[in-house]
Ligand binder design. Structure first.
Ligand code: HEM
Length: 169
């Protein structure tokens, strides 16, 4: 057995589970709840972000795409172009890999920075109370997170479908 492959697969599939499951939880439960509660829920959102939720996603998403890319490189025998264009599993793993990379980049470029803005605004509300300006800042950042999150979820869904089935192409 190849211990390197096994280690990379544990890292890859394990971190992908944590990334994708967490993303769907936020999309389906956390975000709608925060939207519904507004200023009442702000302390809860703030406390969750203080537990470094954005760092959690940065780490599990980075491990997923880096381990996945390493596995892809190994499976391709170093010839990534030939593997991607094989019309079989190389193409399917490749499509899923690109989709997941897009989700990863969206997360880093849009979701992470806007989460920091939400954290800043909700922390300020804890001392100064929910001023209209702070509420608007938090709402704008939350709206940007929601749009980016929807695109990210599409990429992750493509990754789930392709990764789960690629071997059979
Ligand atoms: C959230 C996104 C992702 C999920 C949920 C995911 C999930 C999985 C799963 C469950 C497997 C096992 C499939 C099997 O052995 O039949 C797998 C394998 C694989 N994944 Fe991903 N993956 C993701 C992202 C990526 C990325 C970004 C790449 C980079 C190109 C990638 C490349 C691979 C490769 C090459 C394999 C085969 C590994 C081997 O040789 O055993 N994956 N993935």
């Amino acid at each position: 057995v190849d211990l390197w492959i096994i280690a990379l697969r544990i890292l890859h599939v394990g971190s992908a589970i944590l990334w994708v499951g967490g993303s769907f939880f936020i999309e389906r439960f956390f975000q709608p709840t925060a939207d519904e509660l507004g200023a009442t829920g702000a302390p809860f959102v703030s406390a969750v972000l203080r537990r470094r939720m954005p760092t959690y996603f940065a780490i599990v998403a980075a491990v997923t795409v880096l381990a996945g890319t390493a596995l892809y490189w190994i499976d391709a025998g170093g010839n990534v172009v030939a593997y991607f264009t094989d019309g079989h599993q190389g193409t399917i793993f490749g499509i899923g890999g690109i989709a997941a990379w897009v989700s990863f980049l969206i997360g880093g470029a849009l979701i992470g920075p806007n989460s920091a803005k939400v954290a800043k605004a909700t922390d300020a509300m804890a001392t100064s109370g929910p001023t209209p300006e702070l509420l608007a800042q938090a709402a704008n950042a939350a709206a940007a997170i929601k749009r980016a999150g929807q695109v990210s979820i599409v990429g992750l869904t493509i990754a789930i479908l392709t990764m789960a089935t690629a071997r059979y192409f």
